[in-house]
Design a protein around this ligand. Structure first.
Ligand code: 13P
Ligand code: SF4
Length: 360
């Protein structure tokens, strides 16, 4: 299977900029696609497997997940769905932390991914040993980590959250008089801090995709499209979030694209999400928020290079070979599962709508 290599850089405080390589799988041509999709459908059945995909992966994978009784959704629903689905194999089309979360919640199941090198800059920018020292230095704080972290980092946390549930969890802890240590996304952390007024100490990580949206250029684009509403993921910089009509997780942004009274939208999150937005509102126009302009490097240009590592060809390959199985150190699982279970239980308690099986 041939592939293209895309170089890109990620940075985190205290370490030099590292250059990583994303191997983007070859896209099957139109002639081979129907047979390939039929093969994957057959393999999913034979392997008692369910496909759980994120909104940022290729449209073909999103459609296939839905067509085969799996799910395409945000990180919270992906964790919930894989956990409640009876299949003995979960195939995660997304990035590594999503596969690890599925494994931590379901150690008895086999979890496969099209490419195990699909990382996340937030996860890479929060090494467990450094994070552990950070926690040790602030023992008076409740530790909340974003889903986009390793199993070892989760094992140091009191709570795991995704962007769908970060605000209610922090509000809840604030009401209990707790101070928070937050990691790793600094933009989401400062957004939550501003919205809740909680006392939060922030790790300084960022997402290489969302970090690139440019406020000044967004103002210019808004001027050209005065009727357009702006939808922004809170991993975006504060100046971008301040220009948004709606700030939320991927699921919340998709819902807003349906419910808001506008025909045009400017979207500040990975452009993989536009597939769902356009499917759900075919008569509306969706524009990507600008990543170019003053100071721009546009390394990821509105699409996550690691999400792009998922394709139909490597999905078929792992289902056939059983390779690319996710393993999490069994010694870590009993501790790492606690903050995830706490989040899932709280989501249920506050009635956060869940996509998928039974909506329980
Ligand atoms: P959500 O889909 O949970 O909003 O998260 C976005 C993300 O960072 C996935 O990489
Ligand atoms: Fe991580 Fe950003 Fe890619 Fe999501 S989009 S997986 S946060 S690098």
């Amino acid at each position: 299977m041939s592939e293209t290599q895309i170089p890109f850089a990620y940075e985190h405080p205290g370490s030099p900029t590292a250059v990583a390589w994303a191997k983007v799988p070859r896209e099957p041509d139109a002639a081979e696609k129907p047979e390939l999709i039929a093969r994957i459908k057959r393999l999913l059945k034979e392997q008692d497997a369910v496909l759980v995909a994120h909104y940022y992966v290729h449209a073909d994978l999103q459609d296939l997940a839905e067509a085969t009784g799996g799910i395409v959704s945000d990180s919270l629903d992906m964790a919930n769905f894989g956990h409640r689905h009876p299949a003995s194999t979960i195939v995660v089309a997304g990035v590594r932390f999503m596969g690890e979360t599925a494994k931590i919640l379901n150690p008895e199941k086999r979890v496969l991914m099209p490419d195990l090198a699909a990382e996340c800059s937030l996860d890479l920018g929060c090494p467990a040993d450094e994070f552990s020292k950070f926690c040790d230095a602030h023992p008076d704080r409740a530790v909340i980590v974003y889903a986009n972290t390793s199993a070892a980092v989760k094992a140091r946390a009191d709570w795991m959250v995704t962007s769908s549930i970060a605000l209610p969890v922090v509000k809840h802890l604030k009401e209990q008089g707790k101070k928070v240590l937050w990691a790793p996304d600094r933009h989401l952390g400062s957004y939550v801090q501003e919205q809740t007024g909680a006392d939060m100490l922030l790790w300084q990580g960022s997402c290489i995709v969302h970090d690139e949206y440019k406020a000044r250029e967004l103002i210019e684009l808004k001027a050209q499209h005065p009727q357009a509403k702006v939808l922004a993921h809170p991993e975006s910089p504060r100046a971008v979030v301040q220009l948004a009509d709606m700030v939320g997780s991927t699921t919340q942004l998709i819902k807003a694209s349906q419910s808001l009274d506008a025909q045009e939208f400017i979207v500040a999150t990975d452009n993989g999400i536009l597939h769902q937005m356009r499917n759900l509102s075919p008569h509306k126009t969706f524009l990507e928020a600008p990543t170019s302009g003053v100071g721009a490097t546009c390394k990821s240009c509105s699409h996550c290079p690691w999400m792009a590592m998922n394709g139909l060809l490597n999905l078929a390959e792992v289902l056939e070979s059983g390779k690319n199985e996710i393993h999490v150190d069994p010694a870590i699982i009993p501790r790492a599962v606690l903050p995830i279970q706490r989040m899932l239980a709280y989501a249920k308690e506050i009635g956060l709508p869940a996509k998928g099986i039974g909506n329980a």
